[in-house]
Design a protein around this ligand. Sequence first.
Ligand SMILES: *Cc1c(COP(=O)(O)O)cnc(C)c1O
Length: 348
Amino acid sequence: MNIIDLRSDTVTRPTTEMLQAMMGAKVGDDVYKEDPTVIELQLMIAGMFGYESALFCPSGTMANQIAIKLHTQPGDEVICGDLSHVYHYEGGGIAFNSGASVRLIKGDRGRFTAEQVAQNINDPEDYHLAFTRLIVAENTCNKGGGSVWNVNELQKISTLAKAHNLKFHLDGARIFNAMTYDHSNPAMYGSMFESISVCLSKGLGAPVGSVLLGNQDFIKKAVRVRKLLGGAMRQAGYLAAAGIFALNNNIERLAEDHYHARLLGQKLMDCSWVQSVEEVQSNIVMINLRPEISDQDVIYQLKKKGILVSKFGPGIIRLVTHLDISSSMVDHALDSFQSLRPEKNNPA
Ligand SMILES: *Cc1c(COP(=O)(O)O)cnc(C)c1O
């Protein structure tokens, strides 16, 4: 049976062409800064976003954690959205790595406003309060169902941050999905944030890796933190080659993933077991099940049909489209969704 894996866009496997690019990579010891392919990737993506420098990291989590570590001191406070990855899915890393506290802002599918930020900046003269030091935005927001930020709102927050001497970091794991939705461009983001993390191993299809972007001084310090977190790699050019290939070949096709996700979202609304579907803006579909439907049984029955999906909270199922999901797989999944008759939690 051909498995249709809609759990995440991290499940993609390198294509033959990507593998060829990897195998042909020129490599060296990147701990000595002698890997030409890593250097090429870093220069390439820094240039795209208009930063001086970039740093190839083993994961998006590490890229975010390095940024938070560099932007804060222990005891400082980080403002971020109530659904943010840095808060929910990085193992408590903000506390563990940086000793910082977190102010969560209740947003709209992970997006908050400059006004909300303004209300949550502590008065630095009041010594009862933690120093607010950093704001983190996530675009698209994963737990928000791939929601895309309004660029003007980000600009307002950026202006506010500068006025209060705060740093602004973007968790841009899926920033190319955001650009696909609203036709914004990398340079626009580069001008708003002190630092950005970008995942190469999600919709872009590389097997491993994220990049942290910033100015030269910031990245120089980031190299040190990456080292102490154990993230300095040797002949990493084989992996960086996949990243270069992904940037050259897999950005434009994200529109296809978005099309598939919108199609899934539309048709799912007609399924008997579905209560509602969040508006699909990128490659993520968040499904709210009818209250009487067992989420476990939906997942189990779909699995029996060769379709893998994720539970994303009680009664919430997440689907993610990516470059290993073809149109025929989407059609097949839709047939299965429509014929699904899941069990009820409380059978009458
Ligand atoms: C996936 C993801 C990351 C990083 O994840 P890794 O698995 O550590 O590469 C960071 N932020 C968001 C929003 C993500 O979806």
